[in-house]
Design a protein around this ligand. Structure first.
Ligand code: SAM
Length: 215
């Protein structure tokens, strides 16, 4: 995603009610942020937030938290939310690096993790930075509920094959997977498209998806 330095990003995000500040202080008590007991689902690397905002509108009894590393990108999500006629109350955003996820969510606090079109980090020496490398699965293990799942979508077939291998190496079970989501009737049922998914499927790229749970 192309980044520009947007000077107003910090100011806007710091004063926005939907952007969580001091996110570590909510570890273990995210239910208090939402004021209810509904399950908490997170998207890591949310980008401009189209996917998560659609889910939040569709499912008022699920809480969603979008995690994005760059404030300039998160600003776009916040602007999208502000432009909505009615803002869903079941969504919040955090500006942070996913590597710190265990500092922000307590054991079994998260019901589902979405990874959509995660950065591929093509150089082999950067493989551990991929959000589906064996460096990340143990982090997901710590914060996910026992029966929780990780759902990953990408159009990058190399990254997808790598992710299938790394999940299994980390002791996860692939519940379902496809290299062509949009032509897989069962897995595509109820699919909500992300911004990148729209862009790449319009170019003709097949979309891959896996759903993984612990063994
Ligand atoms: N999920 C969106 C979609 O599918 O349209 C955006 C995909 S974009 C290619 C990947 C996003 O993940 C970028 O906005 C990037 O800044 C964010 N990202 C990458 N690594 C991250 C990390 N370690 N922690 C948080 N966000 C990250």
């Amino acid at each position: 995603m192309r980044l520009r330095n947007i000077p107003r990003a910090g100011e806007t995000l710091a004063s926005h009610d939907y952007v969580i500040k001091e996110e570590r202080k909510w570890k273990g008590c995210w239910k208090e942020v939402f004021g209810n007991d509904y399950p908490v689902r997170i998207e890591i690397g949310m980008g401009k937030g189209q996917f998560l905002m659609t889910l939040a509108l569709q499912n008022p009894e699920i809480n969603y938290i979008g995690i994005e590393r760059y404030s300039s990108v998160l600003l776009r999500a916040v602007e999208r939310l502000d432009a909505m006629e009615e803002q869903p109350d079941n969504i919040r955003f955090i500006c942070m690096d996913a590597a710190e996820i265990e500092e922000v969510f307590g054991p079994e606090e998260v019901d589902r993790i979405y990874l959509n079109f995660s950065d591929p980090w093509p150089k082999a020496r950067h493989a551990k930075r991929r959000l589906t490398s064996t460096a990340y699965w143990p982090r997901y293990d710590k914060i996910l509920k026992k029966d929780g799942v990780v759902e990953f979508k990408t159009d990058n077939q190399g990254l997808f094959s790598f992710s299938l291998e790394q999940a299994e190496e980390a002791g996860w079970k692939i519940l379902s997977s496809t290299f062509d989501l949009h032509n897989n009737e069962e897995m595509n049922k109820g699919n909500v498209m992300t911004e990148y998914e729209e862009k790449f499927s319009q170019k003709g790229n097949p979309i891959c998806k896996l759903i993984a749970s612990r063994e």
